[in-house]
Design a protein around this ligand. Structure first.
Ligand code: BTN
Length: 256
């Protein structure tokens, strides 16, 4: 049975779960909060977390396995979030490498996975899903870049409890696959949801080098493979270093 902790308000569900982990919370413990006062996004950004409209949820993964494979968990979480959104709202959300979930180029959900410990690393996987947001629930600067299940589905009938349950069921499946050597199966599910990661034209910035090429899927550690025009292959690991070259292509660069 899932150890599920519900809070009206926390600073960040990732931090609340980290504190529970320090007190010995078991593998799979889940924290959900109605609102976060200090919700965090990637790269030090804030994750705006108004009450009543979003799903703010973190899951504890103990015993992540080899450190260099930790990215597999975040990709797996993106699969679980994306599939859950599509199931609950009957939409066609996709994944932008590595783990943003979007609809028609607008961000629907994000994942912040935080790793701790070297010997037996443990991971807190935090997901924020815009569920019932109207435009005015987003900060003004994010409005052109963000969407919610309500907006994408054109329906007010979005059940956040059902969404949480769908995500947790799918993430449990991902966990089972990753623990039993089933990375290939998870990677296939990810690829099926990430059209921008295969054979799409991109420009890549790596250090001083800039080149153009076409995406060629994931490498075994979750990097994005890009084949340049001269046939050379580069694995990109820096999230903000890849940009799509054509309008209409699923975005691969910065999140919102
Ligand atoms: C991103 O920048 O795309 C990642 C956003 C992650 C937000 C979620 S909400 C639940 C969990 N708690 C946090 O403070 N952040 C994550």
């Amino acid at each position: 049975m899932t150890d599920l902790r519900l809070f009206a308000e926390v600073d960040s569900t990732n931090d609340a779960l980290r504190r529970l982990a320090d007190d010995g919370a078991p593998e799979g413990t889940v924290v959900i909060a109605e609102t976060q006062s200090l919700g965090r996004g990637r790269q030090g950004r804030r994750w705006h977390s108004p009450p009543g409209v979003g799903l703010y949820i973190s899951v504890l993964v103990r015993d992540v396995g080899p450190l260099d494979r930790a990215t597999r968990w975040t990709l797996g979480a993106a699969v679980a979030v994306c599939e859950a959104c599509n199931e609950v709202a009957s939409i066609a959300a996709t994944i932008k490498w590595p783990n943003d979930v979007q609809v028609r180029g607008r961000k629907l959900a994000g994942i912040l996975a935080e790793l701790r410990g070297a010997e037996r690393p443990e991971l807190v996987v935090g997901c924020g899903i815009n569920a019932l947001h109207r435009a005015e629930d987003f900060p003004e600067d994010l409005r052109p870049h963000a969407t919610s299940l309500r907006q994408a589905a054109g329906s007010t009938d979005v059940d956040r409890e059902g969404l949480a349950a769908a995500f947790l069921a799918r993430f449990a499946g991902v966990r089972q696959q990753l623990r039993s050597g089933g990375w290939d199966a998870v990677a296939r599910r990810w690829a099926g949801l990430a059209p921008g990661a295969m054979d799409q034209p991109v420009r890549v910035h790596v250090g001083d080098r800039v080149f153009e090429g076409r995406t060629a899927g994931l490498d075994p550690l979750g990097g994005l493979v890009v084949r340049s025009l001269d046939g050379a292959t580069t694995v990109v690991r820096q999230v903000d270093s890849v940009r799509p070259l054509e309008a209409g292509v699923a975005e691969l660069g910065e999140g919102c």
